[in-house]
Design a protein around this ligand. Structure first.
Ligand SMILES: Cc1cc2nc3c(=O)[nH]c(=O)nc-3n(C[C@H](O)[C@H](O)[C@H](O)COP(=O)(O)O)c2cc1C
Length: 173
């Protein structure tokens, strides 16, 4: 059961939730959307707004949806759905209906056009507020360039968090 959570009450394992649990990023509308798994990103505050930051390579089918849409959602899931997230992170929506290959059910969001998923235990509904392409001239660690043998630098998207719903695990007691 997930319920509305106020941003001030949100409790997250702020690094592990990305690296260990992952999110499903969804952009578009109920009629036409695409979803993919993401593990790189962050959550915090900027310009007096609570926000999330995700990075999407231009080769992803989701990339076009992120550019065209005004909103996106980020959904996290209980561990039993990990296989489904692995599938959404290894198949492309370009090649067919990958959601149909999972146990996930698409549903309307409350505040944004981008859909979310019934099985999620945390849903962040976001309005896109900024984007920028990573610039390798600014890579200050030698480790970073190894992620880009094809020079397909991620595009960074910021989304203002408009609405949060989650299980009690994510709510300050
Ligand atoms: C655990 C995991 C994390 C991922 N994180 C990202 C990410 O943060 N950014 C990204 O561009 N791709 C990431 N990917 C790769 C995309 O999810 C993958 O290429 C996906 O098939 C793209 O789907 P699409 O073509 O339908 O957009 C990740 C994949 C996995 C399995």
């Amino acid at each position: 059961m997930i319920r509305a959570i106020k941003v001030k009450d949100l409790l997250l394992p702020s690094v592990d939730i990305w690296f260990k649990r992952w999110f499903v990023l969804t952009a578009g509308t109920m009629e036409k959307f695409n979803s993919m798994t993401v593990a790189w990103g962050s959550i915090g505050g900027i310009w007096e707004m609570p926000f999330v930051q995700v990075v999407v390579r231009p080769t992803r089918h989701t990339f076009g949806f992120m550019n065209d849409a005004d909103t996106f959602t980020l959904c996290s899931f209980p561990a039993k759905f990990r296989k489904d997230l692995a599938l959404l992170g290894s198949h492309s929506g370009r090649d067919g209906d990958k959601i149909a290959l999972t146990r996930l059910t698409v549903m309307k969001s409350k505040a944004v056009a981008a859909p979310c998923f019934r099985e999620a235990d945390l849903v962040m509904e976001c309005r896109k507020i900024y984007w920028q392409d990573l610039d390798d001239r600014n890579f200050l660690s030698a480790k970073i360039a190894a992620n880009y043998p094809q020079l397909d630098f991620h595009r960074v998207f910021f989304g203002e968090i408009l609405r949060l719903r989650g299980s009690d695990e994510f709510r300050k007691k």
